[in-house]
Design a protein around this ligand. Sequence first.
Ligand code: WT7
Length: 702
Amino acid sequence: MTTESPEAQVSEAQIAVHWREEEYVHPTEAFIAQANAADPAIFERFSEANFPDCFTEYADLLSWDEKWHTVLDTSNAPFWKWFVGGRLNASYNCVDRHLATSANKAALIWVPEPESVDPVAITYRDLYHRVNEFAALLRDFCGLKAGDRVTLHMPMVPELPVAMLACARLGVIHSQVFGGFSGNACGTRIADSGSRILITIDGYYRSGDLIDHKVKADEALEEARKQGQEADKVLVFRRHPGQYASATPMTEGRDFFVDEIIGKYRGAIVAPESMPAEAPLFLMYTSGTTGRPKGAQHSTGGYLAYVAGTSKYYQDIHPDDTYWCMADIGWITGHSYIVYGPLALGTTTVIFEGTPTYPDAGRPWRIAERLGVNIFHTSPTSIRMLRKVGPDEPAKYNYHFKHMTTVGEPIEPEVWRWYHEYVGKGEAVIVDTWWQTETGGFLGSSLPALKPMKPGSCGPAVIGIYPAIYDENGGQVPDGKAGNICIRNPWPGIMETVWGQPERFIDVYYRKYNKNPDSKDWHDWPYFAGDGAVRAPDGYYRILGRVDDVINVAGHRLGTKELESAALTVPEIAEAAAVPVIDDIRGRAVEMYVSLKPGYVASDEMAGKVTHAIEVEIGKIARPKNVWIVPDMPKTRSGKIMRRVIAAVSNFTDVGDVTTLANPEVVEGIRHHVQSVKVSKGETPRKLTEAEYEELKKFGEA
Ligand code: WT7
């Protein structure tokens, strides 16, 4: 095959250039009748005139040891402090306070991946004991105290929320690293957070295999040491207590099996540490434009209030619901909307160890039927996958959702409609929630009983959030036009800072639209979200995607710099560039372009080394779809790699004007090679949307 195949060439004219506004879809009467927020007076209560006091309604959902004296302190803008003077404990709020009414109700239902094994219900009373015992171990065996950091590298097992809540009980700051991340990625985060303790597990089930996970702990500690951080203890849970599932040895005096040492703490009760509202509860690392990951630091009082409030009104969680969010606790979605929000409200939250399509695409619906799940929460990538491999599966199972969430990436209207009609059986209301690791909780979503849904649009801003869309110069962009979405006001869920990098916190999120660096007035400090967006005349927002060099793969952010530095750990590689390619299931996939140092020749083996390096440095989720070895990168005269040009090549769009490049002659060769291989592999793209086209055109300009 040749590159001249007509399907392969997508011209600008063929690209859908017009965004069609979708029709509203209304929630059912049955949903409205039981909703937590069904009185439109809530919009008035959270109007700008009532800011910031409106958020005391969220804080009042919690139990405080001491009440705050100041709702919002802006004296060190933009390092906002919420509920100052207040004291509370997150573990007390998520566990202890529910004992009086719900001790024997399931707090967690854990669904192990092997389907032959029954789900495990952990009551609030069980959870209370497990959290207390583990907190005693952390305090007495590890010597941890309030303010210390601990890194967790755990999969979807109940020991993960137990460990998080045990840290919270002591005021210890947890930093959970997504279990699928590599040992090196974990090590970097251990070093950045200054953790002395790593909590991990020997293995876990994924698509039928018991995966060796402890091996990553050894790599992580090695990497952390290289970066100057010594860890002195590794606590290793065992997936099957008493049976070690990893091939790597336990290091004497450093590695300890939790099931062997926890016995000493049986029945221990640890008083919850009364923490100031602004004490950090946890760190959640995320990717940005530069290589070093950012530890988003979330507070105890503001964060917990915000996730409790949004869980109540937007997730419509009642104490008697059975709530299942299929995200991983290793991401912010899991922290806010599997662990902290649902448990603060005293509901039952489901934790699933496995992948949704294993052993087949009926698995999620069997779980929902078996457990009586009535609130379901997942990502567009999972919905696309389940729709592709099992479109008729939901109808085979007798479950009924009243409410469903989509989160993490834009959802295509036709995918939305399948979710509504097939998964939700036309009964469930849908919220498309737009937010970020940094924001702690939702920013954009329809309020389910009070605002209609509009497929493909996240809806209006959530209550208490006042956005604006600005152009590059800070001018307000009219409705229907794209710009940078910002939030004009602070809110309780916003991160407090970037751990150890306060300047970066200001630079990345506030510098761009700040009106006066000395101002103590929040009106002068709009939060720059880093997303492009359009507002429709009805006030609904459509999120277009990142405006920085971040690639959103299946709802997970990967920084181009991180990918490129990983590729550059291969000694033969001279230069590397990462670009997004539109992917029908995962939204975006990563493609790498690399050039070799003199004297080396391109080979599949060389490309394999680049893929391997990315898996080692970041993890399998970052594995590139293709690695293209090119003789030379297209560059500007100042030597900057033109990612926009290679992104156009990978996506079969117009490379645009290349005459100003230092080496325009290389482009045609790269295009010919890449596109002919792609055509032969059947990797030609579908019609792109206007938003996708715009994103690619601007890629790498940040
Ligand atoms: C980025 C944040 C939100 C928690 C999980 C991801 C994109 C998120 C939506 C949505 C369109 C969305 C944005 C955002 N995003 N939700 N509903 N519609 N785009 O958190 O890894 O911090 O990523 O995900 O681009 O900036 P994250």
